[in-house]
Design a protein around this ligand. Structure first.
Ligand code: ATP
Ligand code: MG
Length: 241
């Protein structure tokens, strides 16, 4: 149940976005993906999900269900949260759907519709939906992007617990070094235009990790240094440059 990108290139029409991307996630491994806005991280997740085909190279993904938390939550607005979960995981009872929602801090909100939620709540409901399908491949596009630090910490702790209880091969797009240091086994830095893999960091220590562990602070320092080095080596990546 591993995920492989081998020499993957992706062009949108005439626009080259990704070049020569090779990465491997072993079964149950969590690979964090970082890089400037617009460099192609969401595109990478779409390739992993099979929503896009590579222009060149090959993507080999685990057989089975995919849990995808899109950057925008993409809940169906006319269904309740409970119904949103049961649509993708029809064997769930209403109570089980509510239980998944409770795990992301949405206890008692099963009968709300997405329009009644804040952005961060919708994002957490999308995380519950992705986990409720018991996926073989989990794709998380900035799952804590709209959250305050305290709520983000709760979500990370919950994700760490769930991934320990049932390991899933995971790609996690994040702009947050702490998130990568806590949840990932490996961090891949994308940069340049078109984007290539600028560097990879192995995160030491078994998961779950304590945010106050000095080893986590060390990983964050190493990651910041790697990102800065990558940015100097391949300036002008993404849309911000
Ligand atoms: N459907 C599309 N058609 C054409 N170009 C696209 C499409 N989707 C994305 N792009 C372009 O591909 C590049 C990478 O976009 P992508 O959304 O993958 O970036 P990202 O790294 O996820 O950025 P962010 O951190 O802002 O979410 C950008 O230049 C974007 O304009
Ligand atoms: Mg994106």
């Amino acid at each position: 149940m591993s995920l492989h990108f081998d020499g993957v290139a992706l062009d949108y029409g005439a626009r080259p976005v990704l070049r020569d991307v090779t990465l491997h996630a072993a079964p149950g491994e969590v690979v964090a993906v970082v890089g400037r806005s617009g460099c192609g991280k969401s595109t990478l997740l779409s390739l992993a999900a099979g929503l896009l085909n590579p222009t060149r190279g090959a993507v080999t993904r685990p057989a089975g269900r995919v849990g995808f938390v899109f950057q925008d939550a993409r809940l169906l607005p006319w269904l309740t949260l409970r119904e949103n979960l049961r649509l993708v995981a029809p064997t769930l009872s209403g109570a089980q759907a509510d239980d998944w929602l409770a795990r992301v801090g949405l206890r008692g909100r099963g009968t709300d519709r997405p329009g009644q939620l804040s952005l961060g709540m919708a994002q957490r409901a999308a995380v519950a939906r992705a986990l409720a399908v018991q996926p073989e491949l989990l794709l998380l596009d900035e799952p804590a992007g709209a959250l305050d630090e305290l709520t983000a910490a709760d979500l990370r702790a919950e994700l760490a617990d769930l991934l320990r209880a049932r390991p899933v091969t995971t790609l996690l797009v994040t702009h947050h070094p702490l998130e990568a240091a806590l949840l990932a086994d490996q961090v891949v830095v994308l940069g340049g235009r078109p984007a290539t893999v600028q560097g990879t960091l192995r995160v030491p220590g078994a998961r779950p990790r304590d945010p106050d562990d000095p080893a986590v602070a060390g990983t964050m320092r190493d990651l910041r240094a790697l990102i800065a080095r990558a940015d100097r080596a391949a300036p002008g990546g993404g849309e911000a440059a």
